[in-house]
Design a protein around this ligand. Structure first.
Ligand SMILES: NC(=O)c1ccc[n+]([C@@H]2O[C@H](COP(=O)([O-])OP(=O)(O)OC[C@H]3O[C@@H](n4cnc5c(N)ncnc54)[C@H](OP(=O)(O)O)[C@@H]3O)[C@@H](O)[C@H]2O)c1
Length: 256
């Protein structure tokens, strides 16, 4: 099977590192023109050069801090101008904890820090979705893919409430837009090698974790989510919407 992605246009947030970058890697090789967004434009530019050198479609990097006021509208306008329209939105920006936050979130963690994670992991992606939706509905084609997380919290974490909010909100939205040719789906990563992971855990900790807690015995690679994202973005996945699909090496413990 081939996925029909040649010539499609995607806006990918969180594209400088980890899962977002892995998705761009796969998209560019399958003929998708991407606007890549993150704060570190130098990394986005280097990656664009690597992709061009290896035969991928050249991405257009955009520097944006999603904590800034009006970040979503700034990003949307730049993506529209650069691409002439957005067929695919991938919301991959996020973090499971702030760089200076404790590994274990205390129960009395300050409200503004809970709200900050809600903003980055839910509010901004909802705003961006509403901005890209009208023209997707007009063209009768759109794919929204949110990179979220698992719904089985092992400990208290500021990341869990926003991911659960995305799952519930997207399910509702999927029903409203289904007949317009627009789908919205979530990819729920298990433990994927990323900058965030490498900053929070040592290489030995990650290897030991993979052997002990992941049936496939290792952490995932960002491109392994990229393949699912490419399928979900394609016309061939038009009958899948409102879903939360894990890519986790079998890590999820429950059948439902
Ligand atoms: N990796 C995993 O195992 C795992 C597991 C469960 C869920 N997730 C979720 O998957 C998503 C991607 O995670 P990842 O592991 O790929 O993380 P990562 O390697 O840390 O990458 C995060 C991306 O988000 C961007 N970003 C962060 N804050 C931003 C801001 N304020 N403005 C604009 N861009 C921002 C970063 O770019 P800049 O720093 O250049 O701005 C980077 O490109 C996150 O929502 C995470 O919670 C990941």
């Amino acid at each position: 099977m081939r996925v029909g992605l040649v010539g499609k246009r995607a806006l990918v947030t969180g594209a400088s590192q980890g899962i977002g970058r892995g998705i761009v890697e796969v998209f560019a090789r399958l003929g998708v023109r991407c606007v890549t967004a993150a704060r570190r434009k130098d990394i986005l530019e280097e990656h664009a050069q690597e992709l061009i050198a290896t035969g991928g479609v050249a991405p257009v990097p955009i520097e944006v801090d999603l904590f800034e006021d009006n970040a979503a509208s700034y990003l949307f306008e730049h993506a529209e101008n650069a691409l002439g329209g957005v067929d695919i939105l991938v919301n991959a920006a996020g973090r499971s904890k702030a760089p200076d936050a404790p590994r274990q979130t205390p129960f009395n963690h300050p409200s503004e820090l809970w709200e900050k994670e809600l903003h980055l992991n839910y509010v901004v992606l909802r705003e961006l979705t509403f901005m890209v939706l009208p023209s997707m509905q007009e063209r009768k084609y759109g794919r929204i893919i949110n990179v979220t997380g698992k719904s089985e919290p092992e400990k208290l974490s500021t990341a869990n409430p926003p991911k659960a909010a995305v799952h519930a909100w997207a399910k509702g939205l999927s029903r409203l837009i289904a007949l317009d040719g627009v789908t919205i789906n979530q990819i729920s990563p298990g433990k994927i090698v990323s900058e965030q992971m490498l900053a929070n855990y040592s290489a030995q900790e990650l290897e030991a974790y993979g052997k002990k807690d992941i049936p496939l015995g290792r952490l995932g690679a960002p491109e392994e989510l990229g393949y699912l994202a490419a399928f979900l973005a394609s016309p061939e996945a038009g009958y899948i919407t409102g879903a939360v699909i894990p890519v986790d090496g079998g890590m999820k413990r429950y059948a439902f």
